[in-house]
Design a protein around this ligand. Structure first.
Ligand code: ZN
Length: 214
């Protein structure tokens, strides 16, 4: 079972993975495709930065009781990613750093009671604010892999991968996912709809790829 303490530590760990992944990217390599269809690395980083800003809105909501949704609209969310992806490399990295830092401050501010306050996710789910560090963990961990600079699912904490598989199965609906076999890191990549190796159906035939998740 994940606790707030665990997920807050994972946020820091995943943020560090993203930080290292972008640290050595020059303009050209930043503009190369990520592992996500249609997205460059810049798109991924712009999305991760905009996500931090969006989740900070939920922290504000929990702290003050004033409803502040993650995004103004789905269109705005996409427009911000597109415009963010046109920023020069140095600016984008600075935005990533600043947004992550501001989110960390906002998280450090909440009292125990405020962590229990209810907020609304972009998908329209009502969750306790204590779920936000888990939401952020998923973003920074999985997108660190998506950046395609060498981080693999096998590099992510084992307990995180287990929680992620559970989360994805619940969201996808376990009856829509075929019974598969493979190493747990490979199965995690498969369930996330990411490039994978070593995953097969129980009868040994190749598993049908899933659509990207998150
Ligand atoms: Zn995402």
């Amino acid at each position: 079972m994940r606790t707030l303490q665990t997920t807050l530590a994972w946020v820091a760990e995943g943020t560090e993975l993203c930080r290292k992944a972008v640290a050595d990217l020059d303009e050209a390599s930043y503009n190369e495709p990520s592992l996500l269809p249609g997205w460059t690395r810049k798109h991924v980083v712009a999305h991760v930065a905009a996500n931090a800003r969006a989740l900070r809105n939920l922290m504000h909501w929990a702290r003050t009781g004033e409803p502040t949704p993650m995004y103004t609209s789905p269109e705005q969310r996409l427009a911000d990613i597109e415009s963010g992806a046109t920023l020069p490399a140095g600016w984008l990295t600075a935005w990533f750093e600043q947004s992550a830092q501001l989110l960390a401050y906002a998280m450090a501010e909440l009292t125990e009671e405020q962590w229990r306050a209810e907020v609304l996710t972009a998908q329209g789910r009502t969750v306790p604010a204590g779920e936000v560090p888990w939401m952020r963990t998923r973003e920074v961990m999985v997108h660190a892999v998506d950046l395609g600079t060498g981080v693999q699912f096998a590099d992510l904490p084992e307990q995180f991968r287990a929680e992620l598989r559970q989360d994805i199965l619940a969201k996808r609906g376990s009856d829509t996912v075929p019974a598969i076999q493979g190493a747990d890191a490979d199965i995690t990549a498969y369930l996330a709809g990411r490039p994978y190796t070593g995953v097969a159906n129980r009868d040994g035939s190749p598993a049908e790829p899933l659509t990207p998740w998150l």
